[in-house]
Ligand binder design. Structure first.
Ligand SMILES: Nc1ncnc2c1ncn2[C@@H]1O[C@@H]2COP(=O)(O)O[C@H]3[C@@H](O)[C@H](n4cnc5c(N)ncnc54)O[C@@H]3COP(=O)(O)O[C@H]2[C@H]1O
Ligand SMILES: Nc1ncnc2c1ncn2[C@@H]1O[C@@H]2COP(=O)(O)O[C@H]3[C@@H](O)[C@H](n4cnc5c(N)ncnc54)O[C@@H]3COP(=O)(O)O[C@H]2[C@H]1O
Lengths: 141, 141
């Protein structure tokens, strides 16, 4: 059961590349963001700027919590709130050269982690399913 | 790296027990369901009946997709749609005696799997984080 080798490789081959990652741009409001989430079917996605610098993560729980009123969910507020005011900016990130071992540790508590290059530009996502799939294939040898 | 032993044990010790699992009851509408999801912060939960038989899974993507109109998300429809008309009924389930190995295979494609007992009653959830945590601890020996 030689997962050691696999765990010490870089996450690079496991990433969903940025061109296949759904995201929203800063400057958008929560209504636009919720539409993107609804159309893509994802529950959380990165928030980027036009240069593909990573600014944070936004999710349906964060959005719904932001418009939760005393008696009901206040959907009319969605187009009045900017995504950057609600997104989670306190997020761990990986470098594309980091090991799968390091990624696995972060994926215990997060469904996905963003990977950036040395210049800080968004390169892709490391997801739980990618790592679980690999672990599962090693276990079957 | 002896994960073999761990993988062949039952999932029982890894489950979130039913009393700690947020859920909705059949007979509720999507508005109530979305409130439960917002308050608990989860993106998907089981749908049960009063006897704790498992009926399906409901998630924010399923709800938002159900009220997605041609031009906007039609939030006013939430209290007019029953959760059983939108939930996913085609779901794999585990028995509490099933192995972690069997659970891991299902968790490649699903964030969590419901576990039932021999009578078909809901007993708990097997989540990706529970399995990743265990795998991670074995890798560090
Ligand atoms: N369109 C689809 N096709 C097939 N399976 C789908 C799917 N949408 C969701 N799933 C399944 O459901 C899991 C949870 O999705 P969720 O959107 O909550 O959570 C996702 C989402 O927040 C984010 N994510 C994944 N792929 C993405 C992408 N291409 N763009 C943006 N975000 C992505 O990473 C999280 C974890 O993804 P992971 O693959 O581990 O886990 C996914 C995957 O197993
Ligand atoms: N209140 C909280 N405290 C700490 N961490 C939290 C959290 N809420 C979410 N997370 C983290 O985010 C992951 C995705 O949560 P999500 O609600 O999309 O997806 C969850 C949710 O749909 C369901 N789930 C987990 N615990 C549940 C519970 N007690 N009741 C009902 N559903 C639960 O299983 C999925 C996978 O859970 P998993 O733990 O693998 O993965 C969780 C966990 O790592």
């Amino acid at each position: 059961l030689q997962t050691g080798d696999f765990l010490d490789r870089s996450i690079d081959n496991l990433l969903i590349p940025s061109e296949r990652v759904a995201h929203v741009q800063i400057g958008n409001n929560l209504e636009h963001t919720l539409l993107v989430l609804t159309k893509t079917g994802y529950t959380g996605i990165p928030v980027l700027d036009p240069q593909y610098k990573l600014h944070g993560l936004i999710s349906t729980p964060l959005i719904l919590d932001a418009i939760m009123g005393m008696e009901r969910i206040e959907f009319e507020k969605l187009d009045k709130i900017a995504v950057e005011d609600v997104m989670n900016k306190d997020i761990p990130i990986l470098n594309t050269n980091d090991s799968v071992r390091k990624g696995l540790r972060l994926l215990i508590n997060l469904p996905f982690v963003c990977a950036v290059n040395d210049e800080g530009y968004f390169e892709g996502l490391l997801t739980r399913s990618a790592v679980l799939k690999q672990l599962n294939s090693f276990i079957y040898k």
